[in-house]
Design a binder for this molecule. Sequence first.
Ligand SMILES: Nc1ncnc2c1ncn2[C@@H]1O[C@H](COP(=O)(O)OP(=O)(O)O)[C@@H](O)[C@H]1O
Ligand SMILES: [Mg+2]
Length: 263
Amino acid sequence: MAQTIAVLSQKGGTGKTTAVRTLTDVLRRCGVRTLAVDLDPQGNLSDYFDLPPDVQPTVAEVLSGHAKASEAIHEDTIPANLSLAEAELMLGGKMGRELTLKRALADTAEDYDVVLIDCPPSLGLLTVNALVAADRALITAEAQYFALQGVEQAMEVVELARDSLNPQLSLLGVLLNLADMRTVHSREALASLQERFGEAVFDAIIRASIAYAESAERARSILDHRPDLGADYLALADELLGRLPSMDSARERLAELAQSSAT
Ligand SMILES: Nc1ncnc2c1ncn2[C@@H]1O[C@H](COP(=O)(O)OP(=O)(O)O)[C@@H](O)[C@H]1O
Ligand SMILES: [Mg+2]
């Protein structure tokens, strides 16, 4: 059975899509069968993986009942494009609208160890669908003023999903992203998150660098583009695997990967 992780934040620009893309890369390199699901009508994740823009079917067809999830998997990714915005509107008027993604993904659960869902930059129906389909929630925060406020808002939606539709949902962790620890903003953001969320805040922090925009543009993983920066994501993946059940052998492979990319 796959462990499903929803990656969310209350706004855009917190590095969600980059985190999903890069964690997917790391996990796959460790032999973890990983499905990436793009749940943002902007389709950034699909772009980052360099899928053709006209690839069909997408998650929109899955949510509207026109395709099975297994049919919408292209290179272990379920892509999205603007048609997802329309599918979301249609979904709003349906019974069981919050359960649609969960039901759809059920037929892929045996084929993967981990499913990573990239949420849109809002806490609406699509993000709720992701949280209902998920076992764990990973909240990303940009290391800036108001980071705490944003994470608290995302956390409220996680709790809402847990209390109403998905009692088994739990927090996987809070990630400080786009951080420059030389600045007061980033240090304060980290301190406030740690004070509020304690151990749930990952020790691994993703440093800010212009290299991420370059690597996104070239649809090239940061692990290859800038292995020195990619090390942040190796550290994050190690913590993440440590928080999931039965991932010991993947962690061993990750340690080997980290060693070989450091030399
Ligand atoms: N660690 C980072 N440092 C600097 N820029 C980053 C970093 N991670 C992502 N970015 C860039 O920031 C922008 C937003 O990132 P993205 O992952 O798309 O965020 P979100 O999905 O939350 O909107 C993109 O241009 C991306 O390339
Ligand atoms: Mg995004």
